[in-house]
Design a protein around this ligand. Sequence first.
Ligand code: ADP
Ligand code: MG
Length: 189
Amino acid sequence: KLAKLPYVKTIEEFEFDFQPSVDERRIKELMTLAFVNRSENVILLGPPGVGKTHLAVGLAVHALKNRHTAYFLSAHELIGIIKDNIRSGRISRKIKTLQKPDVLIIDEVGYQAMEAEVAHYFFQIVSERYEKGSIILTSNKSYGQWGEVFGDHVVATAILDRLLHHSTTINIKGDSYRIKEKKKAGFYD
Ligand code: ADP
Ligand code: MG
């Protein structure tokens, strides 16, 4: 079934009351997994600690329970994989392997800027999965900032064009859950 999740959390464990900008009905709609069956994408945007990875993992866990395949990668890992495979001449093969899972999760896009060649292969991955397999992507950067992430506005636009054509964007605005937990523990008193 693949996977490689950074941690296991479920959607049931997500406190919607804490993060009102996340519309519970939209997450429930995603839990039908219609987006997987239709090869649509889910993009979770927002600052650190607001639950992007939790929701991405929760959807992946749910998809796995329902006999879909899912594969989780941080953007950092993916960049490393792209570079290694360019060097060893296996990049085309690797892009084919990344087509296989029903859901490909790419977490934390935007923390690390990409060189032009890496961004080109990132585009290839998105493009090859277009209308064939779902991508769940999380980012701390708004779409307007993606030009900087991919080092090139033309590549960023081409990636967004494929990614957003059949997709749901969850824009999370609010406080970090990590900081809330520290406040509760008296960390900031
Ligand atoms: P990020 O948006 O940076 O990816 P995470 O999803 O990793 O943040 O969330 C940070 C931590 O806080 C995780 O342990 C996650 O399970 C927890 N968390 C975040 N938001 C919520 C929430 N609304 N309800 C329950 N746990 C949450
Ligand atoms: Mg995260």
